[in-house]
Design a protein around this ligand. Structure first.
Ligand code: TXA
Ligand code: MG
Length: 329
């Protein structure tokens, strides 16, 4: 076995934290059965202790160890999409400690697709509780270097599995409140889900009212945010918005998609991929880059109003809401 993997397994077994790659974003992992180890996750992230964590499993066979009364539709989704970027919220079994569930009667379960995550989970045997490996309220990390920037010495080991393929967090489907409902959109869309279990998620997938329980930290309005203010602007309004900000002496970054670049002093131009999957793959790394450039305003070209863009649009809207006032969330 690879030395790093052996070290990671040892650390998990003695109750330490290990960051690891998944196909969505990097996770900050701890033994899900060990409340003291799980407490270290909350301390490292600065996350409120009542926010539940996803338990990562090596394969779908472990679902009944962690959940009870699992609906057939949930099993169908697991069979269709695991390993993959899908989290199921189910009624918890006695095995899931309060430290992981935030004291709720439900548990989030996911089998990730990254080979290093799967090797770690298979070697460990039990569940690994892992949120995204960023400080609370900040952009999720999609490379090992991002994790080190976010968490530094707070994490004993970062397994490096290269850049994450998907780039945004998993789709979350809640089965604990009757009809399944999408709590967080992701690469697996509501219509992908409907295609497997019927149109039970509502019109193209009902998305939960963020104010309603259960608590989902990713559903806070201020989330996934860079430090610089971020505004979504229609393509034909970007030039005027940039000119106005530059005239005030601000440094402006533009994240364009279809718009042709124009040059100006103190303007940083970045072209994003045209398709939603490519856009999602690069999104968080790009936001980090634009933030680090010293820009004090990030103008993002508004996205198409299509189902394929729903997850990316969700993350950008939250980043926009959180701008400038997000450090304490
Ligand atoms: O793609 C992902 O899901 C990544 C990778 C590492 O797997 N994980 C991730 O974890 O995004 P986190 O903690 O950053 O976001 C998980 C979301 C949180 O908003 C949390 O509140 C919600 O899932 N969640 C977890 N367990 C839940 C539960 N029992 N009920 C409702 N929401 C839950
Ligand atoms: Mg997160």
């Amino acid at each position: 076995m690879d030395d790093q993997l052996a070290e990671a397994l040892h650390l998990l077994r003695i109750g330490e934290l290990v960051a690891f790659p998944t196909e969505t974003v990097y996770g900050l992992g701890a033994d899900a059965s060990n409340p003291q180890a799980v407490a270290k996750i909350f301390a490292a992230k600065g996350r409120p202790a009542d926010h539940p964590l996803i338990v990562h499993l090596a394969d779908a066979a472990a679902i009944d160890d962690w959940a009870r009364e699992v609906p057939i539709e949930a099993r169908r989704l697991a069979a269709a999409f695991w390993p993959g970027p899908l989290t199921l919220i189910l009624k918890r079994s006695g095995r899931a400690p309060d430290a992981v569930t935030g004291g709720q009667d439900t548990v989030g379960l996911r089998v990730p697709r990254h080979p290093l995550a799967l090797a770690l989970l298979a070697g460990f045997g039990g569940g690994i509780a892992a949120p995204s490996a960023n400080r609370f309220g900040r952009i999720s990390p999609t490379t090992a270097a991002h994790v080190r920037e976010e968490l530094g010495a707070a994490v004993a080991l970062v397994l490096d599995g290269g850049p994450c393929a998907v780039g945004i967090e998993s789709t979350i489907v809640d089965f604990s409140r009757g009809a399944p409902i999408v709590l967080r959109p992701g690469a697996i869309t509501a219509s992908d889900i409907d295609a497997v279990i019927g149109a039970t998620t509502g019109q193209g997938g009902a998305v939960a009212d963020p104010a309603a329980p259960p608590r989902v930290s990713g559903s806070l309005a201020a989330h996934y945010a860079p430090s610089a203010p971020l505004c979504l602007v229609a393509a034909d309004g970007i030039k005027a918005a940039a000119a106005a900000a530059l005239a005030e002496g601000r440094r402006v970054a533009v994240l364009a998609r279809t718009l042709q670049p124009f040059a100006a002093t103190d303007l940083l131009w970045h072209d994003a991929p045209l398709a939603a999957t490519g856009y999602a793959h690069e999104l968080y790394a790009t936001l980090r880059l634009l933030d680090a450039s010293g820009a004090d305003l990030i103008l993002v070209e508004a996205l198409p109003q299509e189902a394929a863009w729903q997850a990316v649009a969700d993350r950008l809207q939250r980043a926009a809401c959180g701008s400038g006032e997000n450090d304490e969330t």
